[in-house]
Design a protein around this ligand. Structure first.
Ligand code: G1P
Length: 297
């Protein structure tokens, strides 16, 4: 069996302005809003780490420095917790930390689109396949989405895009793929389109924010002209790459929450709270009562 180059590095494009969440995201990056007791970015980082990723590349922008601080030691806090014997809090901090030297931060400088953000990671990634995780999308599953994709990649190599079904009337908000023949654990990709105008989507299988890509994408991105919304679109560059390399789709079967929207963010909080057995026992009856009793103003 062919041994494919291992996926060791992951890119997290975290330069987005979070305009859908103002004023909450004026001073706090949207990736630092919390789903239960962890920032959104920690949930996505954990998914990558569980998939065996060893190096974490953050493409940041202005006002995002706190993300870098989040993945560093907080020495004073650490000392205080040790002095006070707060072992549980210390463990929570230690569990959330990357190993020293396993993170890189680079800046996108200008919001020119997802394709441009990914291209900004080219020097740090170098000549190897890499994972890409869009941090707006928080995913809940027994086996993480990226873990399942890395497993599929071990069998197929090439490039892999995770997909999911979405109601047809929402297809214009996303990248949409065309499904080809099944391969074990996935399918061949026959096409994709970024944000198809309403009523024109070729399918209702949308790209849900997890990718494994080969480094040749960077060369294509460096020449990519703006597409949908006047932005440099990753989907357009992937379409070009699909002309020369195999592309596969993976169908994610867990739950995805678009934490870039208020509804998705609230649902993620409820879902993660309910995933915790103890919290669920206490909260469920109260939440049910709330939903029954509260009427819109
Ligand atoms: C990006 C991608 C799109 C994908 C979406 C998932 O769009 O370009 O293909 O479906 O993320 O969230 P954005 O949300 O940045 O507009």
């Amino acid at each position: 069996m062919t041994e494919f180059k291992r996926v060791r590095k992951a890119v997290f494009p975290v330069a987005g302005l979070g305009t859908r969440f103002l004023p909450a995201t004026k001073a706090v990056p949207k990736e630092m809003l919390t789903v239960v007791d962890q920032p959104v970015i920690q949930h996505v980082f954990d998914e990558a780490r569980a998939a065996g990723i060893e190096h974490f590349v953050f493409v940041t922008g202005r006002n995002k420095a706190v993300i870098e601080d989040h993945f560093d030691l907080q020495v004073e806090l650490q000392h205080t917790l040790v002095e006070r014997g707060k072992t549980e809090a210390l463990k929570a901090l230690a569990d959330a930390m990357p190993e020293a030297g396993r993170t890189s931060f680079t800046r996108q400088q200008e919001p020119l689109g997802l394709g441009h953000a990914v291209w900004c990671a080219r020097d740090i990634i170098g000549d190897e396949p890499f994972a890409l995780l869009l941090p707006d999308m928080v995913m809940q599953a027994e086996t993480g989405c990226m873990s399942a994709m890395v497993e599929l990649y071990g069998r197929t190599g090439g490039n892999i895009i995770s997909t999911e079904e979405v109601p047809w009337e929402e297809t214009h908000k996303y990248g949409v793929v065309v499904k080809g023949a099944d391969v074990e654990g996935g399918f061949r990709l026959e096409g994709m389109v970024e944000k198809p105008p309403r009523g024109t989507a070729p399918s209702n299988l949308y790209i849900n924010g997890r990718y494994i890509l080969q480094p040749e994408i960077f060369d294509i991105l460096s020449k990519q002209t703006p597409g949908a919304g006047g932005e440099i679109q990753l989907t357009d560059a992937m379409l070009t790459l699909a002309g020369t390399q195999p592309f596969y789709g993976y169908t994610f079967t867990g739950r995805t929450f678009d934490c870039g929207s208020r509804e998705g963010f609230i649902k993620a909080n409820v879902a993660y709270a309910m995933w915790d057995r103890e919290m669920a026992e206490n909260l469920r009856p109260e939440l049910e009562a709330l939903l029954r009793d509260i009427k819109p103003i």
